[in-house]
Write a protein that binds this ligand. Structure first.
Ligand code: AP5
Length: 215
């Protein structure tokens, strides 16, 4: 099963992708994570995209389509989760062509609907473990022991994203409404869209996603 998790910044795409990986053995393809990895490893492309990402703007279609194309030969018996990709109509067309060329298909596009006030609260409270990447939130998902990662036990390794500030978030939201939200109509017309309420506790949202992709 290949699915897209579609939603604005802070909708919970990463959180739910990690759960689907753990529970179903699916492979998460997050273009945001790939771009951040390129920045950390200091590649030419990573340097090129750093300022764009920090401002909250979209990286070019060419770069992100290239990143996804490189990943689709991976074996994944349980399928791929596209997290944060596609984000433009050009990316959606490219994904359709890439999947068809590999003999794969898209099974569902899950739109996670979350109101803007909740998005701001989620983004401004977010932090992750720099060692294993586990995601946390100051209020909604604090670690059991302050300063220690529940998953890998790393101490003092928590970090916050440079684009998780109010100004960049406003730009990211604008990019979502301007460039990405047209994909809702695009996938609706293709009869692939499943809409779920992304508000509520993380397990509640998880159950809704399971219902949408299994139903
Ligand atoms: P990317 O990394 O994809 O960021 P994003 O889409 O802005 O999404 P986020 O990672 O911020 O949110 P999320 O939905 O994953 O939420 P999360 O689960 O963390 O992209 C970053 C940048 O890279 C872009 O701005 C762009 O520059 C570039 N880029 C990436 N892909 C691109 C593309 N295809 N084309 C062009 N440019 C691209 O949850 C957020 C917080 O809320 C967490 O703290 C979590 O614990 C908490 N939370 C989650 N669920 C709940 C819940 N149900 N209740 C309460 N809290 C919750």
């Amino acid at each position: 099963m290949n699915i897209i998790l579609l939603g604005p910044p802070g909708a919970g795409k990463g959180t739910q992708s990690h759960r689907l990986v753990a529970e179903r053995g699916m492979v998460q393809l997050s273009t945001g994570d790939m771009l951040r990895a390129a920045r950390t490893s200091g590649t030419e492309m990573g340097k090129q995209v750093a300022a764009v990402m920090d401002r909250g703007e979209l990286v070019t279609d060419e770069i992100v389509i290239g990143l996804i194309a490189e990943q689709l030969d991976k074996s994944s018996e349980s399928g791929f989760i596209f997290d944060g990709f596609p984000r433009t109509l050009a990316q959606a067309d490219a994904l359709g062509e890439l999947l068809a060329s590999k003999g794969r298909r898209l099974d569902a596009v899950v739109e996670m609907q979350v109101d803007d006030d909740a998005l701001v609260a989620r983004i401004t409270g977010r932090f992750t473990c720099g060692e294993c990447g586990e995601g946390y939130h100051d209020t909604y998902k604090p670690p059991a022991v302050e300063g220690t990662c529940d998953r890998c036990g790393a101490v003092g390794a928590f970090k916050r994203r440079p684009d998780d500030n109010e100004e960049a978030l406003r730009t990211r939201l604008l990019a979502y409404y301007k460039d990405t939200s047209p994909l809702i109509g695009y996938y609706y017309a293709k009869n692939q869209l499943k809409r779920i309420n992304g508000l509520g506790e993380i397990p509640e949202v998880a159950a809704r996603i399971n219902g949408a992709i299994d139903g």
